[in-house]
Design a binder for this molecule. Structure first.
Ligand code: TXA
Ligand code: MG
Length: 312
């Protein structure tokens, strides 16, 4: 059955209010949205993505006030909201009175919340008038979509998508958990850890196997294209497609350059869509240039490492 895609926010909001799913753009990646209080719609997100039930969803709010109905903000958490609207997700203690489907938090007593900056995402949440649950709009384990076409082909045209063009950041949000006075980064993302540390004047731990908390969705193999990936390659073999960063080697037939000027922000924006293009071009082996591991480079290298890990 062919589905029709909404062409404006009003139509997308109507689908959501009817209990259907709708993918929409954010400044990070496209999200697969459903009303957060609608258990049937939430269940349908898990089924559509083939997402393990232990993996909780991020709730998207129009503003800080909407978020206060869902989670408790300590003074430190409040300080971090200076990054809202924007690409920062906060994991905070759930309000017992929050009107949220139980499935959303996968049994945890915390909730991940964020206020997206994208104009369309903002308008959509305001038009619906309720928080929206939205994981990245890809089948579980695949690359996150950074444009509407990637969403459509990922789900075989079976999910309605509100097209808002290419995503500005191209990487998922940075996830920070605050438990008491302790701040832990659960996922590197579109806002570099050092920028958050600078803004709050406090250092942030990185989640490890010993941490009290982790993001259940941070699997070893994730964000994976179909091709095999080889990382930190300056001299690709002739039979490899190449994802360059800065200088391009000669004699490579299939090549995309994340950023000819070696700009990490541009590289982040292009990462998933260029991997997707090389994948769709039928490349069996993709070699990837070394990416400096600073600032946004940490999140880019995190995604590349997971993308290169064989799916078990
Ligand atoms: O940029 C983004 O964050 C995008 C856009 C659409 O907002 N969303 C996104 O959602 O990347 P998703 O579902 O693909 O990734 C959410 C991550 C998962 O790794 C999940 O385990 C973690 O957030 N998470 C959600 N709730 C959590 C919680 N209560 N505690 C710890 N981790 C949580
Ligand atoms: Mg995801």
């Amino acid at each position: 059955m062919k589905i029709s895609n909404p062409t404006n926010v009003k139509q997308a909001a109507k689908l959501l209010i009817q209990g259907k799913l709708c993918a929409f753009p954010t400044e990070t990646v496209y999200g697969l949205g459903a009303i957060a209080s609608d258990s049937e719609a939430i269940l349908s997100i898990y089924q559509t993505k083939n997402r393990p039930a232990f993996n909780p969803l991020i709730i998207h709010c129009a503003d800080y006030e909407m978020a206060t109905e869902l989670v408790k903000f300590s003074p430190l958490a409040k300080k971090l909201t200076q990054f809202w609207p924007g690409a920062l997700t906060l994991v905070l203690p759930k309000n017992p009175t929050a009107n949220i489907s139980d499935i959303v938090s996968a049994g945890l007593d915390t909730l991940a919340v964020r206020v997206p900056a994208h104009k369309i995402a903002q308008q959509l949440i305001k038009t619906v008038g309720e928080p929206l649950a939205a994981p990245s709009a890809n089948p579980s384990g695949n690359l996150s979509p950074t444009n509407a076409q990637m969403v459509k082909s990922g789900f075989d045209n079976k999910v309605p998508v509100l097209d808002g063009g290419a995503c500005e950041a191209g990487l998922e949000s940075t996830i920070i958990a605050i438990i008491g006075e302790e701040i832990t980064q659960l996922r590197a993302g579109a806002i570099a850890k050092k920028d958050i540390e600078k803004a709050i004047g406090q250092s942030i731990k990185t989640a490890s196997s010993e941490s009290k908390i982790s993001a259940p969705g941070m699997l070893k193999s994730h964000y994976a294209p179909k091709a095999n990936l080889r990382l930190n390659v300056s001299n690709p073999n002739p039979d490899e497609a190449y994802l360059a960063f800065g200088i391009e080697p000669k004699n490579i037939t299939i090549i995309k350059n994340l950023s000819p000027s070696s700009d990490l922000k541009q590289a982040a924006k292009n990462l998933f869509s260029f991997l997707n293009i090389l994948d769709e071009a039928g490349a069996k082996n993709i070699a990837i240039a070394p990416i400096p591991n600073q600032g946004l480079g940490e999140a880019i290298n995190d995604r590349l490492k997971r993308a290169a890990t064989p799916k078990s």
